[in-house]
Write a protein that binds this ligand. Structure first.
Ligand code: ZN
Ligand code: ZN
Length: 143
């Protein structure tokens, strides 16, 4: 008799594997993501983070573009040069050193861009279906 093909040992091993992969693991969610209640962009004077149902205006720092599917980058105290175009972002996003070639210093302004769209702003503005850009909140990790 050798133990290698002992059917009881095999059954026990399978049971152990099933226990590990069992439904009990589903309850241990490692952090969950919550989206902004309204999606805002704005200048450097606005708080960055997740806009909740209550509290002061918060500019989303987890923006994602639904057109190019890239994360939206933000550069503080910067403004885009007037001659930037689609190809510039297409070729240089998301390398800050390359994008900097078309950035101007502008205190209070935040320059936003993804691979297909860009804008810069000092004021706050809400993003919705009527906006020029298709940026949405990708969700923020919560405790
Ligand atoms: Zn957000
Ligand atoms: Zn885009």
């Amino acid at each position: 008799m050798n133990g290698r093909n002992n059917p009881r040992a095999v059954a026990a091993a399978e049971a152990a594997v099933q226990k590990l992969a069992g439904p009990s693991r589903k309850s241990s969610v490692i952090g969950s993501k919550q989206k902004c209640t309204g999606v805002f962009i704005g200048g450097t004077s606005f708080v960055r983070g997740r806009m909740g149902a209550v509290g002061s205006l918060t500019c989303c720092d987890a923006l994602r573009c639904t057109k190019c599917d890239f994360r939206v980058e933000q550069f503080h105290n910067r403004d885009w040069s007037d001659d930037v175009d689609y190809l510039f972002f297409r070729n240089n996003f998301p390398t800050e050193a390359k994008l900097a070639a078309k950035m101007r210093a502008r205190p209070g302004s935040v320059a936003y861009c993804c691979q297909c769209s860009w804008m810069s702003t000092v004021e706050e503005s809400k993003l919705d279906f009527s906006s020029d850009v298709r940026w949405v909140c990708a969700g923020h990790l919560t405790e």
